[in-house]
Design a protein around this ligand. Structure first.
Ligand code: HDE
Length: 739
């Protein structure tokens, strides 16, 4: 007879949490004051305490009191390590309700990802009004200066799946939910102020074209393929947005360094029913900043979570990102005299024509407790507007108002998604909607209809014609027809205005991006048709792109409206012209080895601190290094895990032996060649030269953004010089396309 092995058990009490102070080093591998807090035992028992308060029991273990593990029906669990079997080596039993319940719940853990904007990251914060808009709207949230309104924001990419990398070239969603005292107000915007299409009926086609091609299911999170450019080249109205998409706006350095835009024209409505048109803008206090394309491609490999990690770290370290809310207000007279239709979402209103009035600030100061419960389940709907805010007739906005509610019902499983805490209003609410899947908030009493005659105490809520939402009484008349207004017909003038508003390096990036994207398009006729539109935007741009593709210059596309206007440049449309002038919140990567100059290293840390910046240490071993004075420093990254693309500024502080060793290491050489190629400021320690030489950067290549770190006194001036973040002239010397 076979021997029956003794049943084995592992201890349910082993928590799997390492002590917080395992590094044991003198200096941490990253800015110590910025490190994320490690949950203490007290924090953990607090969260278990909440579970316990929901009905759990307590259980004594060697480590103290913890919540008792139960099934979802509350039945105490004795063994969560082994399924129920007929004998230790026998078949599993159907009777094992604990196993079946656990596995069934796991099997149903996923909900459909968003059809667009699937990959996103959210945080909590508040909106504070700094300038009352009581002169133009009755919206409660825009009345009282100094009043704070809770907010939740979700940033996203558009085309990629939930697991796609953060640095795809893509539009970013910038969706804001304000929990006002008169209901939730969702401003579901993007980081680009215009859109690809003018009518919502084209949205499924646009999205199908950019998503992976349906037969092969690739490429993922890329617009660089035939289907996208086929659709675009047949849709001239998209070309203004295409200029933005091909610019560095779609490869932001951080979610914290992007603008947000409501895109459409909305209305503000006062108590007397008067309307003022409005466009919403979010302006980052951190300044605008993007990465370069070659860097984006490498970041996606080195850290696909680059943006979410950045936001998480910044908020947890107390460096709360902040945006100003700006409004462009205008009336019918302006709308009638404007060169373009304010209902056309492929157009913006330059700030020079209608200045932005700053009326508030949005601060993100708290990360989520649970990604799924908050970021994944949050449901934004453009139709969520409180009294005093209203829609315009923009046909894109009108279509969105249908789409968002519809998609939430499918995605979150039924009409009760407003019962989920992240979606529930934080003001009182009362209505007669009832039942449905997962109803959490169920009314008491007999009455579920109105009008009723049960009197004030039992009869339930009643409408209020004064406080309630009333639509702006816009007169509308006309034949029913499927047409595009003639006033939407100019597709190129603002595309050209955007292009001429860019700094020369930004114009080069746009041309490079178009060449890159179109070089992935297999059909030459699609490439050519795209260039035919560029000819209507800027002849030099079109010629540069055609040349980059090795393509004969085609005829210009026939423009629906001529002439194409030569609008004046608008500096606000450039990133480089609106970048930061300091290093606050930026990250220095310091490559060190054993024996590196301790004075220089410590001076760098002090300078980083003075700048309000952060640092991370990159070393040959993750255990860290010993500096020249014997101080040990823990590393945040091993060299091949901490490429320079992860940092805004880099410094190489190594010993002579360290430089000789790194000169033989491919990842270390990449560290410096990439920093150099990406036009970054580089601090070069006294002994570092052999590494640079080995990486192909000769002494004669070094420019004014390659600064010496020979002694401690060099640290502060180095970081001071790096305030502009990039030394753009260098890019022209390292890029073949520019030569
Ligand atoms: Fe969206 N969009 N969209 N969109 N959109 C969605 O709603 C849609 C458009 C935007 O973080 C979906 O919950 C249509 C413009 C953001 O949860 C869906 C049209 C702008 C987010 C949808 C547009 C946006 C979405 C997918 C053309 C900028 C993410 C999942 C008429 C002003 C919100 C979902 C989040 C999400 C429809 C165009 C921004 C399907 C029909 C223009 C930031 O309902």
């Amino acid at each position: 007879m076979a021997k029956t092995p003794a049943p084995s058990k592992t201890s349910p009490d082993s928590p799997g949490i390492l002590p917080a102070d395992i590094a044991g080093a003198d200096i941490g591998g990253e800015s110590p004051q910025k490190a994320c807090p490690v949950p203490s035992d007290a924090d953990l028992s607090h969260s278990f305490g909440e579970v316990q308060a929901e009905g759990g029991d307590v259980h004594q273990t060697a480590g103290g009191e913890v919540a008792l593990l139960t099934t979802s029906q509350g039945i105490p669990v004795a063994d969560d390590q082994n399924s129920l079997k007929q004998g230790a080596r026998g078949p599993s039993l159907l009777e094992d309700f604990h196993f079946r319940e656990k596995m069934f719940h796991f099997d149903h853990e996923r909900i459909p990802e968003r059809v667009v904007h699937a990959r996103g990251y959210g945080a909590h914060g508040f909106f504070e009004l700094t300038d009352s808009l009581a002169d133009v709207t009755r919206a409660d949230v825009l009345q009282r200066v100094g009043e704070k309104t809770p907010a939740f924001v979700r940033f996203s990419t558009v085309a990629g799946s939930k697991g796609s990398p953060d640095l795809a070239r893509d539009v970013r969603g910038f969706a804001v939910k304000l929990y006002t005292q008169e209901g939730n107000w969702d401003i579901v915007g993007n980081n680009i102020p215009v859109f690809f299409i003018q009518d919502a009926i084209k949205f499924p086609d646009l999205v199908h074209s950019v998503k992976p091609e349906p037969d092969r299911d690739f490429p993922q999170a890329q617009s660089a393929h035939d289907n996208f450019w086929d659709f675009i080249s047949l849709t001239p109205e998209s070309f203004h947005m295409v200029m933005w998409q091909m610019s560095d706006r779609t490869i932001p350095r951080s979610l914290r360094t992007m603008e947000g835009f409501g895109v459409h024209t909305f209305r503000l409505v006062d108590a007397a029913g008067n309307s003022t048109f409005v466009k919403f803008h979010w302006k980052p206090k951190q300044g605008l900043q993007s990465v370069v394309w070659n860097e984006a491609v490498k970041i996606n490999g080195a850290d696909p979570d680059f943006h979410r990690r950045d936001l998480w770290d910044a908020i947890n370290s107390g460096d709360f990102p902040e945006w100003e809310l700006g409004v462009q207000l205008f009336d019918d007279a302006f709308a009638d005299s404007f060169d373009f239709d304010v209902l056309d979402a492929t157009k913006l209103i330059p700030e020079e024509l209608v200045p932005i009035r700053i009326v508030g600030r949005l601060v993100l100061d708290r990360v989520v407790d649970n990604f799924f419960a908050e970021t994944e389940q949050v449901a934004f709907c453009t139709q969520n507007v409180p009294p005093g805010i209203d829609f315009s007739n923009d046909p894109l906005l009108q279509g969105r108002n249908f789409s968002y509610l519809d998609t939430q019902i499918k995605r979150l499983g039924g009409p009760n998604f407003t019962h989920i805490p992240i979606n529930a209003p934080k003001c009182p609410m009362a209505h007669f909607q009832q039942d449905g899947h997962m109803a959490m908030r169920n009314p008491k009493g007999r009455v579920n209809y109105e009008p009723n005659s049960w009197g004030p105490s039992q009869g339930g809520p009643r409408e209020d014609p004064v406080r309630g939402f009333t639509s702006f009484a816009e007169a509308a008349d006309g034949p029913k027809q499927r047409v595009r207004s003639e006033s939407f017909a100019d597709h190129y003038s603002q595309a050209r205005q955007f292009f001429v508003s860019q700094a020369p390096i930004e114009q080069k990036h746009i041309a490079d991006a178009l060449v890159f994207e179109l070089s992935k398009v297999e059909r030459p006729d699609i490439r050519s048709r795209t260039v035919s539109h560029l000819l209507n935007i800027d002849v030099t741009l079109a010629a540069t792109v055609a040349d980059g593709l090795g393509l004969p210059l085609p005829e210009a596309a026939v423009a629906a409206r001529k002439p194409i206007a030569d609008l004046p440049p608008s500096d606000k449309l450039s990133i480089v012209k609106n970048g930061p002038d300091n290093l606050k919140g930026r990250k220095l990567g310091i490559l060190v080895t054993d024996g590196a100059d301790a004075d220089v290293f410590k001076a760098l840390l002090a300078a980083v601190d003075a700048e309000g910046a952060v640092y991370e240490v990159v070393a040959p071993k993750i255990g860290g290094v010993t500096l020249s004075d014997g101080t040990t420093v823990a590393a945040k990254h091993k060299v091949d895990g901490g490429p320079s693309v992860l940092f805004d500024v880099v410094a190489v502080v190594v010993s002579a032996a360290g430089a000789a060793m790194l000169a033989r290491d491919a990842a270390a050489k990449d560290f410096v060649t990439d920093a150099f190629a990406h036009a970054k400021y580089i601090g070069i320690g006294a002994e570092a030269e052999p590494l640079f030489t080995a990486a192909g950067i000769a002494e004669t290549d070094l420019d004014e953004a390659c600064l010496p770190l020979g002694n401690a006194g060099d640290a502060a001036p180095f970081l001071e010089a790096a305030h502009t973040l990039r030394h753009w002239p260098r890019e022209l010397t390292v890029d073949l396309d520019a030569k």
